[in-house]
Design a binder for this molecule. Structure first.
Ligand code: DC
Length: 227
């Protein structure tokens, strides 16, 4: 029987990489829930939505349609905002600077969580984020909480972004990560927490392949139980 696998953790811990590889290995659907908060933030920024005003937020959310489509070239599901592929645009530093603030809004979370739960109805899914094992799928069969040393995370994020943004400094990346971790962990509605039944995976000293093999062994164990 298909299961749900949740992968939560702080920013830039390699959650999406692990989730994508694990989904590929199991032939499951991979959903990057952070992409949804990023796409909503992009819409708010583009349309100058004042997200401190609830009626404006509700009006904007009613205008937003999000969906994922599998792109065989990149071998991943890519996010569409009102039928526009925004997978690359949502990784912009401007979006990163505001996304935690937007993701802390109750109405935004309700909007995203509802869609995430619908996507997982058929199971056979790996979803990564911050509150997937606690709020979105509290009964998921396998919950992984990924951690890594802060310095390792800053370096990884910097390497990821510098190609697209040559003026970026390591200090900017560090400040952004610290700020997002703080807001994500301290917000009122479903803050970033390790679920009580999640398994911790510290990948500071692991290669992608090593962490994947560990996750595969956990998934196989859970799959054999749920058969
Ligand atoms: O995973 P990411 O860095 O792309 O996520 C972007 C932001 O979205 C992150 O700062 C916190 C928020 N987020 C969230 O609040 N809940 C999720 N399930 C996923 C992301």
């Amino acid at each position: 029987m298909a299961i749900i696998i949740t992968i939560d953790g702080f920013s830039s811990c390699g959650k999406s990489t692990l989730a994508r590889q694990l989904a590929q290995e199991l032939n499951y659907v991979f959903i990057d829930s952070g992409a949804m908060y990023r796409a909503i933030t992009l819409y708010f920024l583009r349309n100058h939505v004042d997200w401190n005003q609830t009626p404006k937020v509700n009006k904007a959310l009613a205008e937003i349609n999000l969906h994922f489509e599998y792109n065989s070239a990149s071998a991943q599901s890519e996010i569409y905002l009102n039928d526009e592929n925004v997978e690359a645009l949502i990784r912009d530093m401007l979006v990163s600077e505001h996304v935690s603030e937007v993701a802390a809004i109750k109405e935004v979370r309700e909007f995203a969580v509802h869609q995430q739960q619908k996507m997982g109805e058929k199971k056979g899914m790996v979803m990564d984020g911050r509150d997937i094992g606690t709020t979105v799928f509290p009964t998921a069969e396998l919950k992984i909480f990924v951690t890594a040393d802060p310095s390792v995370r800053v370096e990884r994020r910097f390497k990821e972004l510098i190609g697209r943004n040559p003026n970026l400094t390591i200090e900017e990346v560090k400040t952004n990560l610290e700020m997002r971790d703080y807001i994500d962990s301290n917000r009122e509605f479903s803050p970033l927490r390790k679920a009580a039944d999640a398994i911790e995976l510290d990948n500071s000293n692991l290669t992608r392949e090593e962490q994947l093999q560990i996750a595969i062994s956990w998934a196989k164990e859970r799959l054999s139980i749920s058969e």
